[in-house]
Write a protein that binds this ligand. Sequence first.
Ligand code: CAA
Length: 419
Amino acid sequence: MNGAILDLAVAIPHHYVSHEELARARDVEVDKYQQGLGCEEMAICGPGEDTVTLAAEAAWRLFEHHPEARERVGLCVVGTESGVDAAKPVAIYVHRLLGLPPNCRAFEVKHACYGATAALQMASAWVQQHPKRLALVIASDIARYERGSAGEPTQGAGAVAMLVGKAEERDALLQLSPISGAFASDVYDFWRPPYQSEALVKGKYSMNCYLEGLQGAYEDYCRQAGDEPTPDYLLYHVPFPAMARKAHRRMSDLRGLSEDLYLDDLERRVEPALWANRKIGNVYSGSLYLALAGLCERKGAHLIGRRVALFSYGSGSCSEYFTGRFGEGIYRFHRHLHSVLEARTEVDVDQYELLHDASLKMERNHSFQPALPHQGQAFTFLGIRDHERCYRQNFAEDAVALSNARPTALHHTRPFQRA
Ligand code: CAA
């Protein structure tokens, strides 16, 4: 038996801009964004938020509901393509901010939007050897494209934290099947050189690479799985919701479904997962798992016993198609997506541009400008001092309980020693 996702939680930035506003400002027909791309709102990171705070906040939300799980974590992996340092992984900041046990493997996995899937598969195998321990897998990303570019409306940000363990099939939220199909191909469809803050992308070509990856991974899966009943739900990587529709069109073609059947099938098996992606935007490595959280929130206990297929695509590229079955662990899932969405503040395009600039400036200038925490924000990125990133735990009491060792508010260690 493979490992299982026991529970998952989502964190998102505290601001968003609507696509209606963005379309007006860019002089584009709003239907292009809303119908053509399937987007309604886009999450925007402010200067106090980064890949680390999003990752830590998602995990913190998970441990809020499972405080006993923290001390069992022996593996902490963050899948991200917007890491904050070329050497130091996001996972080690999370490890510290959450007070995870010292006897723990903590590292980062990068392969564009595929990183978290590689981490999840690795964790799923690891828990077989460590059945009493738990793995924490987090997908955390900030999707940034150049302002005014075709990619701009497909930005977003967020994190999804997953607790992975060995469970009886009934007790899992999602029991992962050991079979998975993979497909790799060296392409330049979307990438971010180290000297760039925003991704470079060949938009249309990237969509073809995605579909090629889907077909390659799915065919590999079918060769191994043989005749299996079709899954009850399909979750695709969601750079923008209309891409999931295109992916399902390709899958339907592979299965020989007519247009009428495809549309009905799309509504029934794909659409129920996409509502949160429409309101948050691309979360790169987290988009697929945001769709999983969206499905859990929308369908709840109805999912028990149902099968789901997941397709992960990372530009560059690596693709994976795998499946799982929902169990009674779905009762563990705390439906929080609606409330975190409602707690956000809407900004107009001018404010979005200011936030965008301010957070990039903090990175580029290595500046230290503590931002006030937003209501409910668990961790704040304070800035960079002496080349070290500083974070604050905003819940002082919880900070003590979380870290046990260091009730200090400011996570800043020895100054950087220049040679
Ligand atoms: N009303 C309704 N629909 C409209 C419309 C209108 N007024 N105007 C245009 N549309 C439709 C178009 O017909 C099109 O739909 P179809 O693809 O079904 O034909 C859709 O809106 C988009 O229009 P365009 O193709 O003209 O859009 P564009 O060229 O400006 O940009 C994009 C689209 C290439 C996806 C761009 O947003 C982009 O580069 N995004 C980033 C790259 C990306 O997300 N790639 C996905 C695969 S790679 C991946 O998945 C990894 C990852 O996370 C990045």
